[in-house]
Design a protein around this ligand. Structure first.
Ligand code: KG4
Ligand code: ZN
Length: 376
């Protein structure tokens, strides 16, 4: 370990002499939960690590923020037969694959361990045991390589994904974060600070997809299953209620929709359930995505922004993407819809948020702990 640390120091010294120094874009500053003795960080490659739920992911970013690798080991096979994520199994699977996934991320990026200038890891929110694996692995690496580590909020990671493909995407903008844990609308101002405009009052949109899929008897994870099945159905054959709440509200509510699906299924016999399952999926999906689209564009209008970013696992939904793109074109607004590999959980977004934290002088100490219920 001492040898690795010495090599890291020597290499870092030589690198600073021979390679031009990149600068940090201070406009990208955002709040990240970490201990913070401020210090200057000379940009270099970053390894991002994400283990908050059921994906073990690692990604290397170059000093300029471009993505060099984005490796994801999904645990879907482990959890499939239980119909949801089993926390204990998730932690074990992370332990088994984190080293291989991280080494692969470096190898695909063409980097050696000693090339790294920083480590970013998801600190929370998420499953406590799963987060612990990533946080402890990241701290051990940072110690061995003698480089800084930062803890990143998973939410900040999703938000940062909007700028991975298009670093010039404009501010101010509205950001819709739609995942298994969030349905949140933010206004992000010119300096990158964000303000909450609205959030779900009950289920997140991803939960609505997952619970709806379970009621329909589809496999886990439910969102992609509904997305695929809905392509064979007609979204107008079986209509479901859309919850817009009171006029001008930027909040969401999806629990009534789930109940409407339950009642609809209970009123059908087995034969008609099977015969109509694609129309049920299409109608149910339409009720979720149309509310997401309407409320996002209403938030853009009322905020005066001219740009909308939609991030998180549900932003992979094909119907949502099609509706957003059509609407953005007709309203002449800029839209950031990250490529599918940056929508669902990944480590490139964690590395991107971590880069901003390191640039802002944030550092975690080696007693940083996972924070399962981290907010914001
Ligand atoms: O961002 P993510 O991978 O993890 C969380 O931070 O929660 O989002 C996972 C959620 C799940 O609820 C999953 O069903 C949903 O995103 N999801 C989708 C699609 N792909 C993933 N929902 C609808 N359509 C999809 N294609
Ligand atoms: Zn996520």
């Amino acid at each position: 370990m001492a040898l690795v640390a010495t090599r890291a120091l020597l290499f870092g010294f030589l690198q600073r002499i021979f390679f031009p120094v990149q600068t940090c874009d201070q406009n990208d500053f955002m709040m990240i939960s970490t201990d913070q003795p401020a210090s200057t960080w000379i940009p270099g490659p970053i390894l991002g690590i994400e283990t908050s739920c059921d994906e073990t992911a690692a990604s290397a970013l170059a000093a300029d923020g471009s993505v060099l690798s984005n490796v994801i080991a999904s645990q879907h096979d482990v959890h499939q037969r239980f119909g949801g994520v089993v926390p204990e199994l998730a932690s074990r699977a992370h332990v088994e694959s984190i080293e291989r996934v991280s080494a692969t991320a470096l190898q695909q990026a063409g980097l050696a361990w000693t090339d790294l200038a920083g480590i970013a890891v998801t600190q929370g929110p998420g499953l406590a045991g799963a987060l612990l694996v990533g946080v402890n692995y990241a701290k051990a690496l940072a110690y061995a390589l003698n480089i800084p580590v930062v803890g990143v909020s998973h939410l900040e990671g999703h938000i940062a994904s909007a700028w991975l493909q298009d670093p010039a995407f404009p501010l101010p903008c509205v950001v819709l974060v739609v995942s298994g844990g969030h349905t949140h609308l933010y206004y992000k101002d010119r300096s990158g600070h964000r303000r909450l405009l609205g959030a779900t009052r009950d289920d997140a949109a991803g939960e609505a997809f997952d619970k709806g899929a379970q009621l329909l008897g589809l496999e886990f994870p439910g969102g992609p299953a509904i997305d695929r099945l809905a392509r064979q159905g007609n979204p107008t054959t079986i209509a479901f209620p859309r919850s817009y709440l009171k006029h001008g509200s930027h909040d969401f509510s999806f629990s009534g929709l789930k109940t409407a699906l339950l009642y609809r299924l209970q009123a059908m016999d087995e034969q008609s359930r099977v015969a109509n399952v694609a129309d049920l999926a299409a109608g149910y999906q339409e009720a979720i995505v149309s509310v997401l689209v309407e409320k996002s564009f209403a938030a853009v209008r009322s905020s005066g922004a001219r740009a909308l970013a939609v991030v998180g696992g549900v932003s992979a939904n094909s119907r949502l993407r099609a509706l957003l793109q059509k609407r953005a074109t007709s309203e002449n607004l800029e839209l950031s819809l990250p490529p599918l590999s940056y929508c669902t959980d990944n480590a490139a977004m964690i590395a991107a948020a971590g880069k901003q934290a390191l640039c802002a002088g944030l550092r975690a100490s080696l007693d940083m702990d996972a924070q399962a219920s981290l907010t914001g």
